[in-house]
Design a protein around this ligand. Structure first.
Ligand code: HEC
Length: 157
């Protein structure tokens, strides 16, 4: 019985270390060491896209649509949407990328998917500016589908 207070903190510490090493082993273990870090740069750009986009989906799902907040958040989304693409240069298909070979073998399809995303986000922005909730919901879904339609062929799960 008297041992427990000593053992417990030790186990807690060990468990914490184990979790940290597990995360280190699974996520982002390969460093992008190339000049300009094209893979890391585009991945960061996509994460920022997600960070500006996803919270609006949560707000819609939880019935917390706020027209003015959406205008501000969509401005951020629009300012981030150009960032990833110039970093898909030739010869940038290397670890830790999650892009599939098809990005480079089917460049016209990749470009089509990119343009579809631009069209969808233009329509979303117009809906957000109109502050018409039903249109915002519909076009948000269309942007979401445009992300997915590109990820299916062009990004590893
Ligand atoms: C035209 C294609 C295309 C569109 C459109 C697209 N993505 Fe991606 N996305 C990719 C590719 C390719 C990768 C993999 C990049 C890499 O690892 O080199 C990726 C990666 C990501 C990642 C992972 C980043 C990482 O560090 O692993 C996130 C998050 C992401 N995209 C979010 C989004 C969101 C959100 C949208 C829409 C708002 C979107 N993407 C639209 C092609 C696209």
């Amino acid at each position: 019985m008297f041992l427990r207070p000593q053992i417990r903190p030790f186990f807690r510490f060990t468990a914490a270390v184990a979790v940290v090493s597990f995360l280190a082993a699974c996520g982002g273990q390969v460093e992008d060491t190339r000049p300009g870090q094209p893979v890391k740069t585009r991945q960061t750009a996509f994460k920022e896209l997600l960070r500006s986009f996803e919270p609006m989906g949560v707000m819609l799902r939880e019935n917390r649509y706020d027209a003015d907040k959406f205008v501000a958040m969509t401005a951020t989304l629009m300012s981030k949407r150009d960032a990833p693409w110039s970093h898909f240069g030739p010869d940038t298909n290397y670890p830790p990328t999650k892009a599939t070979l098809r990005v480079w073998s089917e460049p016209e399809k990749f470009e089509q998917a990119r343009l579809a995303f631009f069209t969808a986000s233009d329509e979303f922005k117009a809906a957000v500016d109109s502050k018409d909730k039903a249109a915002v919901e519909r076009t948000y879904k269309a942007v979401y589908d445009a992300c997915q339609n590109c990820h299916k062929p062009f990004k590893e799960r």
